[in-house]
Design a protein around this ligand. Sequence first.
Ligand SMILES: Nc1ncnc2c1ncn2[C@@H]1O[C@H](COP(=O)(O)OP(=O)(O)OP(=O)(O)O)[C@@H](O)[C@H]1O
Length: 299
Amino acid sequence: MINQQLDEMNAEQPLLEVRTLNKFYEDFQLRDVNFTLPAGTIMGFLGRNGAGKSTTMKAIMDLIKPDDGIIRILGMSMPEEEVAVKEQVGYVGDTPLLNNAWTMERTLTFARHFYPNWDQAAVERNLKRFEIPKDKKISELSKGMKVKASLIVAMAHQPKLLLLDEPTSGLDPVVRGEVLELLIDFVQDESRGVLFSSHITSDVEKIADWVTVIDDGEIFFSEDKESLLDRYRRIVLSGNGHEATMNSPYLFNCQPTKGGYVGYTDHYDEFRKEAAGEWNSERLTLEELFVLLTGRKEE
Ligand SMILES: Nc1ncnc2c1ncn2[C@@H]1O[C@H](COP(=O)(O)OP(=O)(O)OP(=O)(O)O)[C@@H](O)[C@H]1O
């Protein structure tokens, strides 16, 4: 199906819908995973080691068989419509995609046979942009070059959705920045979107519009990044006379400090209306928020 027809058909469709996805391993369960990725969105997928990020992404791609759940990409069901779906998805997983013994040239010549929408001009542009030599074997490329090469291959058939499992892990800050820029460029066409998992919360904070956190196989929250960072605040209460404020239902984790108390709110608008006495608020970084929330859940 040509892309223009798809755009018209799917103008209102989310790019990706994951509903009640379950996968049971002996020592780990993915439980009722639900989230939606709207078109034009970069979603950061955060979770601690072993939380279930790769398992979720592999289940979306049908690389592992889910025990239950519904996956829809542009309204098409996986795995029933796998061939049509995979024309619309570029996936870079946690294990190397490219054959180390092949050159980039051979890799591209091989891969383009599978995709009618292959965009060789974009491939050439990206190879030049990232200075990836076509005649070197994949094994001779640096880690950063391999990541960029994998992304170039994953994007060459003009997919609508990129699923990337830790694309920036182990890269130096300059290469990480280049990869993030590539993703931002990719969603300039608002019919596209990206789901990328990461431990680097600053990368997610930098480019994601939406943040989904998974914890021990369950979605903890999936929310627009700005509204998330707006409604949480660190609250610093100085001096005395804070009894009423400290009993606020909007304040949690309140601890004494040298000059008063420090706590957190997840309802900043409501909190500020009723808080009395001397106080000020600080915006949290996504990293601070992630540590606070995943730590709080364990209490
Ligand atoms: N094939 C398998 N058989 C049994 N258990 C598995 C299998 N694959 C993954 N798991 C388990 O599922 C859990 C989630 O693993 P997963 O790779 O999805 O986590 P992750 O969030 O991607 O972690 P990381 O950030 O460390 O990459 C882990 O406890 C892992 O041991």
